[in-house]
Design a protein around this ligand. Structure first.
Ligand SMILES: NC(=O)c1ccc[n+]([C@@H]2O[C@H](COP(=O)([O-])OP(=O)(O)OC[C@H]3O[C@@H](n4cnc5c(N)ncnc54)[C@H](O)[C@@H]3O)[C@@H](O)[C@H]2O)c1
Length: 417
């Protein structure tokens, strides 16, 4: 599915949900278009003295409900349609969990594994200056995404602050706590995924221990696997770019996370008694009850959806199931809990971080986790109520919740001028 356009995926779901809501076209037409798309070139002095120019993007999809919010991704295959889709999903996600943000996303077309630390820092700082006119605590607040982390957020915060002449921690979230980051932020997305999985299992009246497969053992996948393992579930398979690791009796998740931390965040070479090395394709089709894709978009497609054996899919990643795959899964009676609900825990705690920054306060971790739990459960129940009332999928219901709020906001604000 190399040519699959995730923005078309977003438009197709938006259209279905708007029709279910009985909206007139003029009510939601603007949601089909990002408010602003910025493409920048990023010249970087490489360690060997050569100059290399990278391409970067920042897309702001909507600011109807508040400042734009969304991560920054470093990936060699990223393109503008992917960033546009990711920005729109942020708009819907913030609306589902009812936090006062719009949606944005940024990216640089680069394989960061091929850069030295110095090159990565110079590229990040130059990218920050290139998108500086449109970001800021009141305008658009970046955060980590695939291949970016707290250290990179620190460089963005420092660059922005240096060019303004004073410390402005609220320009990014997902920073280190030493410079205004929030306790609980690194775990927040995975924590949200685990809460939503627990609620979904209750909805489908599944009791006791279940078998779970997690694709991707980065930030989201590793924390989701850890917390679901701690809830007593059997994590039977995990994977990363090095491939999959399967044990029908359950994997030792703390040992796997430690192995990855000790091996530059890679599971390459991991072995243990009872563990079979599988491919990522085999992981998606392995015997399990819940499949949680936490890597990239377009992983479950029309080609492999027929092979999925899980009884439930929970989208830890953004856009891991294509529209065609979603239809195949639905026909096979396999529900998906959509990304805009399942992985919203990260942006919820990013919002807490930003609130702490602009109020110059710090919150305790138990307060953060308890408030996250409350918001995730309430959001799940809001979506579940529509599923029950309208007999629609969780995906369509989540979009219906989000679009209703966005359309209301747009109506109240009116069209300028
Ligand atoms: N980090 C967050 O707070 C956050 C919040 C919401 C959504 N997300 C989404 O979750 C997904 C993962 O983000 P992350 O922050 O955990 O990224 P990450 O860079 O920390 O981890 C990505 C993981 O996926 C693995 N991976 C990449 N390609 C793969 C493939 N083809 N098969 C198997 N594994 C593969 C990588 O090896 C790595 O383990 C993305 O879709 C991201 O947009 C992240």
């Amino acid at each position: 599915m190399a040519n699959y356009n995730p923005y078309d995926n977003m438009l197709s779901v938006l259209e279905s949900a708007a029709q279910k809501l009985g909206l007139e076209r003029k009510d939601y037409e603007a949601l089909k278009y990002p408010e602003r798309e910025l493409k920048v070139s990023i010249p970087v002095k490489m360690d060997n003295g050569e100059l290399q120019v990278f391409e970067g993007y920042r897309v702001q999809h909507s600011s109807s409900r508040g400042p734009c919010k969304g991560g920054i991704r470093y990936h060699p295959h990223v393109d503008i349609d992917e960033v546009k889709a990711l920005a729109a999903w942020m708009t819907f996600k913030c609306a589902v969990v009812n936090i006062p943000y719009g949606g944005a996303k940024g990216a640089v077309k680069v394989d960061p594994a091929k850069l030295s630390k110095g090159e990565l820092e110079r590229m990040t700082r130059r990218f920050t200056t290139a998108i500086m006119p449109i970001i800021g605590p009141e305008k658009d607040i970046p955060a980590p995404d695939v291949n970016t982390n707290a250290e990179i957020m620190g460089w963005i915060m420092d660059t922005y602050s240096m060019l303004h002449g004073y410390a402005i921690p609220g320009v990014v979230t997902g920073k280190s706590v030493d410079i205004g980051g929030s306790l609980g932020r690194p775990e927040a997305t995975g924590r949200g995924v685990s809460i939503v999985t627990r609620e979904a299992l209750k909805h489908f009246k599944t009791e006791g221990k279940v078998r779970i497969a997690v694709q991707g053992m980065g930030n989201v996948g590793s924390i989701s696997a850890k917390l679901l393992h701690e809830m007593g579930h059997n994590i039977v398979a995990v994977s990363d770019v090095s491939g999959g690791y399967y044990n029908p009796d359950g994997l030792d998740i703390p040992a796997i996370i430690k192995y990855s931390a000790d091996h530059k965040l890679s599971l390459e070479g991991y072995t243990a008694p009872g563990v079979k090395k599988i491919t990522n394709a085999e992981l998606l089709a392995c015997e399990c009850d819940v499949l949680i894709p936490c890597a990239l978009q377009n992983q479950i497609t029309a080609e492999n959806a027929g092979a999925v054996k899980a009884k439930l899919v929970v989208e830890g990643a953004n856009g891991p199931v294509t529209v065609e795959a979603d239809e195949i899964l639905a026909k096979r009676g396999i529900p998906s809990i959509p990304d805009i609900l399942a992985n919203a825990g990260g942006v919820v705690v990013s919002y807490f971080e930003w609130v702490q920054n602009i109020q110059e306060l710090t919150w305790e971790e138990d307060q953060i986790n308890a408030t996250l739990e409350k918001i995730m459960v309430r959001s799940f129940k809001d979506v579940e109520a529509i599923v029950n009332e309208k007999s629609v999928s969780f995906r369509i219901a989540a979009y219906m919740v989000a679009i209703s709020k966005l359309v209301r906001a747009k109506k109240i604000r009116g069209v300028f001028p």
